[in-house]
Structures are given as C-alpha cells and as structure tokens.
Design a protein around this ligand. Structure first.
Ligand code: ATP
Ligand code: MG
Length: 418
C-alpha cells in the first residue's frame, strides 16, 4: 500500500467540515474588510526566500524544500506567503497603482520540520498583506481582523502578544548592546543560542529552550532602544487595539523567526492543551524595508499569517460536528420518476439550493434513511401517478407535513420553502 509522505495529511470527515467553514468565513471576512484574493506560485526561485526570510533563519537553514528542476534551476517550495506576494507586487509594478493594496492568500506552505500536533511539513496558511501604508491603523487592522475571525469560530481564550522591533537602525544599536550583555553568559545557553549569537542574536530572546533562564530575563529590553517616533507609533497601535477591544500583552522578548520584520510584531496565542508547543495560531508584523530590498521602491507594509491546521485542531469539535444540511432530497422508484428527479435536481441546484438523490439503486425505504443521514430539510417524493396528474409531493422532514404541489410551481415553492 502506498502511504502519504511524512508530515502530510488528508483532510476528510469532521476536519473537512471544519476547514470548509473556516475557508468560507475567511472569504466573508476578507470581503467585509476589503482584501483582494491573490495566488502566487507554490515554488519560487531559491534566492527569493534567502533574501527575504533570511540566510540565517531557521526556516532557510533547516526547513526549506530545495530542489533543482530538469533544467538545473534552483527552486524552493514556498515556506511562507509574504515573499511571493511582495515579489508579485514588484514584478507586476503594482506600486504604481492606487495604494494601499490589500491582499489575502490561503494556500499550502512547505517546511521540513519534525511533525507533531499542529506542526506539519505541508500546512495551510491564510494571510493578509497591506502594501503601501505605514498608518498604525493598518497594524491594528491586521491584528484585530484575525482576532475577530477566530472569535467567530468559537475561540474564547485568545491573547495577542505584541512587541516593537523599531527601525532597522534602532535594532542595530540594540543588537550591539545585547551582544555585549550576552557575551560573558553565552556558553550557559543552548547550542542553538550559541549559533544564533553570531548569526541572529535577537532570536536568542525567544528561544524555547532557554526561555525561563535568568540570563534572558535580565537582558536589556528592545523597547528602551527606540527612537521617539517609533515609541509614539507603537503607542498609537496599542491605543487603536484598545479601542478595537483586542486583548493584548506587550512582550518585549517577542522576536519573530523571519528576518524581514521591523516595528510591530505580534502573535495570537491560543491557550489549548492539544496545541502543546504549537499554541501560536497566527503571527505577523510590519516589513517596511522588504519591498525595497527586493528591488522595488520604498513601500511600508504590514501582514500576518495563520496556520489553519492549528486553528482546526483548537476548534471545539462540537462547534462544527454536524454535517451541513441539504436543502432537498429527491426520492423516486422507477425510470420515469428518475428522469424527473435528475432534471428537477439540476433546476433546483442552479436556483441555488443544495440537492441530491440516490444513485445506488436503494429501496424507497432506504432512500428515506439516506435523506436523514444527509440532514435533508425537504423531501421531494416523486411517483408516476402524481406525475401523470401534474403533481409532486413535498414533505417537510421536520414536521413530517406533506403537500402536493403543481409541477409547474415546484421550483418556486421549493426555493421559497427550502
Ligand atoms: P513556530 O514558532 O510555531 O514554529 P513560526 O514562527 O515558524 O511558528 P511563522 O513562520 O510566523 O511561524 O508562521 C505563521 C503561522 O503559521 C504560525 O503561527 C503557525 O500558525 C503556522 N505554522 C508555521 N509553521 C507551521 C507548521 N510546520 N505546521 C503548521 N502550521 C505552521
Ligand atoms: Mg517554525
């Protein structure tokens, strides 16, 4: 038997129902908040991710799926969505159009990680990007939108952790201070931290191994190394979040794993045991230098991404356990009735109703059972005697009330009662 590759999974049964609900809600929310759908390639040039996510990031050093195609092109399966969106924004010269551009994407990403609860090698991210605005209100929107969306999905114990990394220049002076502080202690930290000391010392701050060590607790705070302008900006973001009724917690140790972030960074954390070490269901931040570093003009941006597998895992089962209802199930016995069933189903379906009928030769009795299994609201019971008189029997599956309807009025009747 051929099995699925390690770290991948099939979405079936309850999970499929959950994922579909999530996807529908995402589409609604993105309409309401005015985000346009964008789809970029699943593989891109390797260089794109080295230059954006960062040469020394965990993702690029340990997690990417890199490969050469048959013409020796060096390609990478996308580990995240922002790099592709920004590449497309520049390549299609969208910076010359009306700004800001507000995009959302929803697709699979690939990282070679150790699989576990909420951690897969192929996983799905829904994300937002606002390109072309530095207004703190955009930071607040990109944080509050997923927060409200998760609430709508039944989540109750959500916390937003938020930090301010400041401008690249602010970060350079903080980095020096941090390196000086850590130098005498670095041998006491984990081996990952020792490597990060030379490549990306800020990442030491949110090391999962050394998280509770006194050394990190007493480290200088990045919030003390900000320009007045950056401090004011961050205060404004927090003020907007308070007004939007978002529960947040400033976490001066929060540093994201992607190199391109500056100013605001945040995570939405869900306190559910099942997620274990994968409690971050969404994360993002501002990336004001990324467009320019990829060869475009200087365009400030803000974005976030959420791992939908984690959202699915943390979602209460009973919230979505029920199979979606079917508006109508059509029952028939002979071929004449079946012809009517097929055409009626088509007419009702294109009138916007969900409809089905038996295709396995079930007896009438088991067609009734199948209608119940499908949560059918209305039953259309076809029989030749009625049909010859131009009539069709409709039964309300809840009240069990039956009505005979004129064949010519059946569509209108079902549409208004279905
Ligand atoms: P973590 O610290 O959990 O590894 P990350 O910092 O690598 O997360 P990001 O790159 O910021 O995460 O991705 C944003 C979101 O995508 C995460 O908050 C999470 O919800 C989801 N995500 C990241 N990696 C995976 C994965 N391997 N499997 C499932 N979801 C993931
Ligand atoms: Mg990771």
């Amino acid at each position: 038997m051929i099995m699925k590759p390690k770290g991948t999974y099939d979405v079936v049964g309850k999970d499929a129902v959950k994922l579909q609900k999530i996807n529908r809600l995402i589409d609604y929310f993105c309409d309401f908040y005015n985000y346009d759908y964008i789809r970029t390639p699943i593989f891109e040039s390797q260089e794109l991710f080295h230059r954006t996510v960062g040469d020394t990031s965990d993702i690029v050093t340990k997690e990417t799926y890199d490969f050469k195609d048959r013409s020796e092109r060096e390609l990478t399966l996308r580990p995240e969505g922002t790099a592709g969106v920004v590449r497309s924004f520049i390549e299609n010269k969208m910076y010359g159009e009306n700004l800001p551009k507000k995009f959302f994407y929803n697709g699979t990403m690939y990282r070679y990680e150790r699989p576990g609860n909420g951690r897969n090698r192929e996983f799905t991210q829904f994300g937002l990007e606002i390109l072309g605005s530095n207004d703190p209100a955009t930071d607040a929107e990109v944080i509050s939108m997923p927060y409200r969306l998760f609430e709508e999905l039944g989540f109750k114990d959500l916390t937003v952790k938020i930090n301010n990394l400041g401008a690249k220049e602010d970060r350079a002076s903080y980095r020096n201070e941090l390196v000086n502080y850590l130098k005498p202690h670095i041998h006491e930290l984990c081996s990952d931290c020792q490597n990060r000391f030379n490549t990306n010392p800020l990442r030491i701050l949110d090391c999962k191994v050394d998280h509770d060590s006194e050394i990190l607790k007493n480290a200088p705070s990045i919030l003390d190394y900000q320009s007045e302008e950056s401090k004011k900006r961050f205060q404004k973001v927090l003020e907007y979040l308070t007004f939007l009724d978002v529960d947040y917690e400033v976490d001066e140790k929060l540093v994201r794993g992607l190199d391109y972030y500056d100013y605001t960074v945040f995570e939405i954390v869900c306190d559910k045991e099942i997620l274990g070490g994968a409690s971050t269901i969404a994360a993002g931040g501002r990336y004001n230098d990324l467009v320019e570093s990829l060869g475009g003009p200087s365009i400030p941006c803000m974005g976030f991404a959420s791992g939908l597998e984690r959202v699915m895992l943390a979602m209460e089962d009973d919230y979505f356990s029920e199979k979606r209802p079917l508006n109508c199930y059509i029952l028939y016995v002979n071929e004449e009735e079946k012809m009517k069933a097929i055409t009626l189903a088509q007419d009702l379906r294109i009138s916007g109703l969900s409809v089905d009928y038996d295709t396995t030769g079930r007896s009438l009795k088991s067609q009734f059972k199948e209608a119940d299994r499908n949560n059918a609201e209305l039953l259309i019971i076809l029989n030749s005697d009625d049909l010859n008189k131009g009539l069709i029997t409709v039964k309300d599956n809840k009240t069990k009330e039956e009505t005979k309807i004129d064949e010519n009025e059946i569509i209108d009747y079902i549409v208004s009662n279905g």
